[in-house]
Design a protein around this ligand. Structure first.
Ligand code: HEM
Length: 534
């Protein structure tokens, strides 16, 4: 009896170890078979089973350099790169392949499935957000359509947010740029989304800022686990319950009231607010989606798409302007005439001398804002996004059915393909002196090229510029984002003098994490009341 029990206790560890080894081998074998499907596509770095795993680790901090290396080596073709815990990812380069991605249908290359996998939507946002994406149509249509009707509210919120967050003082005041700018962007965007007074509620602002961070970090954790364990980990970590309850406390009664009014009076009723809540209700497919919880979650989801991206860019714009005082000076002595009298096909030198001779606008409060946001040279923003951007890659698509590029390269179903936006924006085939920051690059291109005025707008996707992605999934919020950014920037420069603390000569180093380019979280900016120049 005692000898048989000893045998059992001895056998259990042996059994567990054998199962472990078996699991490891089956995993390695499957990984080998999976990797073999990509054999025809060249790799950046080593492509062996273990060596590619190590190279995947390098991707975490060096994605930008690795992708640039592959871009230069294999330009015009597709190459593969090892991603931690996800095997190979394919990067398409050159106009033909990028155009293949732009044209491909969702049946073959799916934006939704790529996002679904990246964000683990079932667990982080909830299944309804995978099943029905009506909020995307709302951003595409109603948000954009209502921009001019709601512009004065957004501008009003920008003025209020800045005066509370960064009081106008005669002495320099040091501000933690990251947190402050993020709150201002969140509040401003929410003036359009949910209106007053909720857009100013500190807990609503905190919820929306934190929700994005939580969703991304929880998704990253879930993605570390094998598929079989994802439901367990996903349900354990899911932020949806807490977030919906917290959002519901703020907005549940407002949504319920609108639902009741819609039941009573139909789609249009007197004094119906013109905001995202109403637009979501107008587009709502009904049934299980017509609940206060579902709509509250769509609000969080839209905030997630809107806030951090816009904030990243505003940070880069501010840093760049601070370091390029010459551009700031255009704001300090602006001329309404200069924006309207600029003609096409002028020479660079005549434009520059015109900029220098701009008369003061200091007594023209109403006009100066309009001038500041409509001035042609504000397209310097586009040059900043070209230089820095928000990510190394864009337009991730999941391959749903085997896909063949126009050069014959085959992508196996189940793989993911992306466009290397950062490398493209730094390619001399697309831009002269690509590593040089030329604030008026796009302004000049707009003046000189035929149809340049349309082609080089920041919102226009074209074959050289991919900040907002490409094809039918190109960012539908870009019209709002660009208008908001121009106004945020114009207000900053018309109200404050700004300088960087500690970083006098260079833009504070961004944090690079996998394919994200994140503004420096420690950067401090000094603000004081703007001193007018004559
Ligand atoms: C400057 C800030 C922004 C940047 C850089 C940006 C960038 C992007 C990019 C790269 C995509 C994916 C495109 C693709 O895969 O080809 C995207 C999608 C999206 N963006 Fe933006 N975005 C910004 C602001 C906004 C704002 C303010 C909103 C909402 C008001 C928004 C809503 C969306 C939505 C809903 C999608 C998904 C589109 C779809 O499912 O087809 N974005 N954005």
């Amino acid at each position: 009896m005692s000898s048989s029990s000893t045998n059992t206790t001895l056998n259990i560890p042996v059994l567990l170890a054998s199962l472990g080894i078996l699991y490891l081998f089956s995993k390695l074998w499957r990984a080998h078979l999976e990797m073999a499907k990509f054999d025809g596509i060249p790799a950046v770095g080593p492509s062996g089973l273990l060596s590619s795993f190590i190279s995947g680790m390098r991707y975490v901090k060096n994605a930008r350099e690795l992708i640039k290396e592959g871009y230069e080596k294999y330009h015009g073709r597709a190459f593969k790169i090892s991603i931690p815990n996800s095997g190979w990812m394919v990067i398409a380069t050159g106009p033909e392949l990028v155009n293949d991605i732009r044209k491909a249908s969702d049946e073959y290359l799916s934006f939704d499935e790529a996002l679904n996998e990246f964000l683990q939507i079932d667990y982080t946002l909830g299944k309804p957000h995978r099943e029905h994406l009506y909020h995307v149509n709302v951003v595409r249509n109603a948000v954009t359509r209502n921009l001019s009707a709601r512009y004065s509210d957004v501008r009003d919120e920008i003025i209020a947010a800045f005066s509370e967050e960064i009081p106008v003082t005669d002495d320099w005041t040091s501000i933690n740029a990251y947190d402050t700018i993020l709150r201002i962007v969140c509040r401003t965007s929410n003036r359009l989304f949910v209106g007053l007074p909720l857009c100013r509620d500190p807990d609503w602002i905190d919820l929306n800022i934190q929700f994005t961070v939580r969703v991304n970090s929880i998704a990253a954790i879930i993605n570390l686990f094998p598929d079989i364990l994802k439901p367990i980990v996903g349900n354990l970590l899911s932020p949806t319950g807490t977030a919906t309850r917290r959002a519901h406390r703020h907005i549940g009664h407002i949504i319920q009231d609108r639902l009741d009014k819609q039941d009573q009076y139909g789609r249009d009723w007197e004094d119906k607010p013109n905001d995202l809540v109403s637009w979501l209700l107008d587009e709502n497919p009904g049934g299980k989606y017509r609940t206060a919880e579902d709509i509250a979650m769509r609000l969080l989801n839209t905030n997630m798409a809107a806030i951090h991206t816009t904030f990243f860019l505003l940070s880069w714009f501010s840093d760049t302007l601070i370091l390029h005082n010459d551009i700031c000076h255009k704001f300090k002595s602006p001329s309404p005439a200069s924006s309207t009298t600029w003609q096409s096909n002028r020479t660079q030198s005549s434009k520059l001398s015109e900029r220098k001779s701009s008369p003061s606008l200091k007594n023209m409060d109403g006009a100066k804002f309009l001038w500041a946001t409509s001035a042609k040279w504000i397209v310097f923003m586009k040059e900043v996004t070209r230089m820095v951007g928000v990510g190394v890659l864009v337009s991730g698509r999941k391959v749903m059915k085997d896909f063949t590029f126009s050069d014959g390269t085959r992508l196996p179903a189940g793989s993911t393909v992306c466009i290397p936006v950062w490398a493209m924006h730094h390619d001399e085939r697309h831009y002269e002196d690509p590593n040089e920051f030329k604030p008026f690059r796009f302004s000049d291109m707009r003046d000189i090229e035929e149809n340049g005025n349309i082609k080089h707008q920041m919102i226009t996707p074209n074959s050289d510029y991919f900040l907002f992605g490409t094809g039918r999934h190109a960012c539908p919020g870009r019209f709002f984002a660009v208008n908001e950014l121009k106004t945020l920037l114009a207000h900053t420069l018309l109200t404050y003098d700004v300088k960087l603390e500690g970083f006098s000569k260079e833009v504070p180093e961004p944090t690079l994490f996998t394919s994200a380019i994140i503004p420096n979280q420690k950067a401090k900016v000094l603000f004081r009341k703007r001193i007018m120049m004559d």
